[in-house]
Write a protein that binds this ligand. Structure first.
Ligand code: NAP
Length: 246
């Protein structure tokens, strides 16, 4: 059992899907969690964690807003006095074939998925460096590793996260901070709910483990990378994709 007792974790995009599962599992491992999403959307996640004896606060931030990252870190520091784990999970997709893709859809996806992670990481690193330790996990995608038609903006943002994490990992390793990436395959969440039954069956037939992933599959990988057991792992991409891309 992974023990994260006494650690403070911020999870962006914690209102539903993968982020909610990550926040829940980190709390089950003993972490005090700041569950962040827009408006008051992460409230249910925080309440559900508290209902089973965990510790969580809901925080309203839009990762694309200037100053939001600093606000999130200030909240964690004011509430808990430290920040040990940052999970850059907030993400959106605006799919379209390249020739028809609107510039605003390119900008929106890059702003949330990549620039949001940049801002959160930069803000979190300051207290982590002072503490001489920390764990940063970015949620990329199999699409960032192998591409996908109709997702040039999303693929670019998710591939960008991999390069970003590898570069930052080298910069902060001497401070005891690790930076890693989890690259999910196809996971059952709101993001994938619009897939037609036919397309779903076709995807499943191409996944060696013959099922879509669950948010909890991703959360387990994040908890491992956040744990003491993963202290010698940095700059890595952990694919959690049922074998669909190796
Ligand atoms: P989801 O169910 O659509 O949830 C997305 C989360 O991101 C929500 O909590 C949403 O919160 C938050 N979010 C979006 N824009 C935000 C913003 N500007 N500021 C703050 N929070 C924001 O998606 P999911 O499937 O759980 O995906 C989570 C992550 O995993 C994403 O980065 C996604 O790209 C990645 N991923 C998903 C899959 C998959 O198959 N589902 C596969 C690979 C990678 P609010 O809307 O409540 O603010």
């Amino acid at each position: 059992m992974i023990d994260l007792s006494g650690r403070v974790a911020i999870v962006t995009g914690a209102s539903r899907g993968i982020g909610r599962a990550i926040a829940t599992q980190l709390a089950a491992c003993g972490a005090r969690v700041v569950a962040a999403a827009r408006e008051d959307n992460a409230r249910q996640t925080a309440d559900a964690i508290a209902a089973v004896g965990g510790q969580a606060d809901a925080l309203s931030i839009d990762v694309t807003s200037p100053g939001a990252a600093e606000q999130a870190i200030e909240f964690a520091m004011a509430t808990h006095g430290r920040i040990d784990i940052l999970v850059n999970n907030a993400g959106i997709a605006r799919d379209q074939l390249m020739l028809r893709m609107k510039r605003e859809d390119w900008d929106a996806v890059l702003a949330t998925n990549l620039t949001g992670a940049f801002a959160m990481t930069q803000a979190a690193l300051k207290p982590m460096i002072r503490q001489r330790g920390g764990r940063i996990v970015c949620i990329s995608s199999v699409v960032g590793q192998r591409g996908n038609a109709g997702q040039a903006n999303y693929a670019a943002s998710k591939a960008g996260l991999i390069g970003f994490a590898k570069a930052v990992a080298l910069e902060v390793a001497s401070r005891g901070i690790t930076v890693n990436v989890v690259a999910p395959g196809l996971i059952e969440t709101d993001m994938t709910r619009t897939i037609t039954d036919g397309a779903r069956e076709e995807w499943i037939s191409k996944i060696p483990l013959r099922r879509l992933g669950a948010p909890e599959d991703i959360a387990a990988a994040v908890c491992f990378l956040a744990s003491d057991e993963a202290s010698y792992i940095t700059g890595q991409v952990l694919a959690v994709n049922g074998g669909m891309y190796t």
